[in-house]
Design a protein around this ligand. Structure first.
Ligand code: FES
Length: 293
């Protein structure tokens, strides 16, 4: 096929609309704005792991769409989430990524809030007499929060159906590994990718991307024929590996001496791996340990 100049390159394919994906879905700011309003503002999204809030009043700050929120465990054991914004003049309440606070005190004018989001104290409250400002009316903006298999999810929309119908069967094959023994977060890493959010998920769903990784070319590509690898798409846009995929970890040069006797998570074979993309923004990848394939 001959090379194309700019106008030919910009031409849509000669096929009916709906039969191809426009590149605009990765680059058009208006499409992204639409997605923010119609998807991200409504979907259930992962916030943190239950174990990060193991004690009463433990909190964990997280971010969604540039908006700071926090989850906190109450003295009743319930995890609740709130916008990380003071009800007085909008100052950011919690500055640390995690901690424990029976009362949350705003640095600005010292208003305080409890783990239920109630406004617990307003200094010099008499100064507001005659107005609409009182402890009773100035609680935090609570965000719907549910926990499934130890994973804490939130949604900014008060009216969408609950987390369980949203996730459907997508986490069934992860339930045993997520709940079969106590888990804890031992490492946190933040990487900002300069790409559209869909590109990351599509790459994760595309098993041919293994060829791009030096290590995976050695440990995965030859461990299981491509024709035996199954992908499953669930309702609400979730998708991932159907059965357990396999890896031959001893194909990796640095395999020897890495401490290969750690048992895999419950429900996982030593050379299994599986993954799930939860629409729109969560990916879970689970691997057995590095015992010989
Ligand atoms: S902004 Fe928080 S107390 Fe005033």
């Amino acid at each position: 096929m001959a090379s194309r100049d700019k106008s030919a390159w910009d031409e849509p394919p000669d096929m009916p609309v709906g039969h191809f994906v426009s590149g605009d879905v990765y680059t058009d700011p208006d499409i992204y704005k639409d997605e923010s309003e119609k998807i991200f503002a409504k979907a259930w999204r992962f916030a943190c792991h239950d174990s990060e809030l193991s004690e009463a009043f433990d909190y964990r700050v997280f971010e969604q769409d540039g908006q700071s929120l926090f989850a906190i465990r109450g003295e009743d054991g319930v995890v609740r989430s709130f916008l990380n914004v003071c009800s007085h003049r909008g100052a950011k309440l919690l500055d640390q990524p995690a901690g424990n606070a029976k009362l949350i005190t705003c640095f600005y004018h010292r208003w305080t809030y409890d783990s239920h989001g109630h406004c617990a104290g307003i200094p010099r409250a008499s100064g507001y007499s005659g107005g609409a400002v009182s402890k009773e009316t100035m609680g935090l903006r609570e965000v719907r929060t549910e926990v499934l298999h130890g994973l804490v999810f939130v949604t900014l929309d008060d009216s969408v159906p609950g987390l369980t119908p949203f996730v459907g069967k997508a986490l069934d094959r992860f339930a045993e590994m997520l709940t079969g023994q106590p888990l804890e977060v031992f490492h946190y890493n933040r990487v900002v990718l300069d790409c559209n959010w869909k590109a990351w998920h599509e790459t994760n769903m595309d098993l041919y991307h293994e060829f791009m990784h030096v290590v995976l070319r050695k440990t995965q590509v030859n461990a299981m024929p491509m024709k035996d690898r199954k992908l499953v798409v669930f309702e609400n846009g979730h998708g991932g590996s159907g059965g357990a995929l396999k890896a031959a970890y001893d194909g990796y040069k640095g395999f020897a001496g890495r401490g290969n006797d750690v048992p895999p998570l419950p429900g996982m074979g030593p050379t299994d791996f599986r993954f799930i993309n939860l629409f729109p923004s969560t990916a879970i990848i689970s691997r057995g340990h590095c015992r010989s394939y």
